[in-house]
Design a binder for this molecule. Structure first.
Ligand SMILES: *Cc1c(COP(=O)(O)O)cnc(C)c1O
Length: 220
């Protein structure tokens, strides 16, 4: 059995039913991604547009594709036709650009709103207190469908320190769900990575993005 298969068997046995596992595949080859799919991965997350287009071309519809990196508006045109979910929408400008290209492809593009739960100035994501306003604005765009929230949380060695940020994001998730905004479904809460997914699941994540623990240490 190869390492990817062994790693995935362990992770899949630990993740409760109803939690979706996204294999975070930045820097991995198409061969590695195919090994992960053979071992049970159904969703692959990619961060870099150019790199991912080559992988998607080789792997194709054997997986669903989630964009999990920072998306620049000039790259939106490449992402919309091939991805199933964009997890990192954090501005009305980006949302409008996605909506424009989705129209061209006659597609309703599913998106998550990325929350900067650590309120870190240098990080992407909308500030927690501005989330509801942004969601209301985006919800009026006809070729987008908001499906939930995503957060990274501040990077720390100690995963327990991530817990308050997951709790805060879950609170926002619940509040938006209760607000019943038309065209907005709070279905997915994407949070937790290799070192923090167990805590994220305890705090309500139903989508986790795991790279290193599946594929091993990466080069970049
Ligand atoms: C790389 C990455 C992950 C996975 O990180 P690991 O620590 O390797 O599990 C999750 N989410 C995003 C947005 C990433 O860029």
């Amino acid at each position: 059995m190869n390492d990817i298969k062994r790693n995935l068997e362990k992770i899949l046995s630990e993740i409760p039913e109803g939690v979706e596992l996204v294999a975070a595949a930045k820097s991995r080859t198409a061969e590695e991604v195919l090994q992960a799919i053979a071992a049970g991965i159904r969703i692959v997350g990619e961060n870099y547009v150019q790199e991912s287009l080559k992988i998607i071309e080789k792997v194709g519809p054997k997986a669903r594709w989630h964009f999990i990196g920072h998306l620049q508006t000039n790259k939106v045109k490449y992402v919309v036709p091939v991805y199933d979910l964009i997890e990192t929408v954090d501005s009305i400008k980006l949302a409008k650009e996605i909506d424009k290209h989705a129209k061209k492809y006659n597609k309703i593009m599913s998106i998550l709103i990325e929350i900067n739960s650590g309120r870190e100035p240098q990080k992407f994501g909308i500030m927690p207190e501005d989330t509801e306003k942004l969601i209301k604005e985006i919800s009026t765009l006809s070729n987008l469908k908001i499906m939930g929230l995503m957060t990274m949380g501040p990077f720390t060695g100690d995963s327990e320190l991530a817990r308050p940020y997951f709790i805060e994001t879950k609170k926002i998730f619940n509040r938006i769900a209760t607000a019943k905004i038309p065209n907005v479904e709070m279905k997915y809460l994407s949070m937790g990575m290799s070192n923090s997914y167990k805590i994220a699941i305890e705090e309500g994540a139903n989508m986790v993005r795991i790279g290193t623990k599946i594929f091993g240490e990466r080069k970049y």
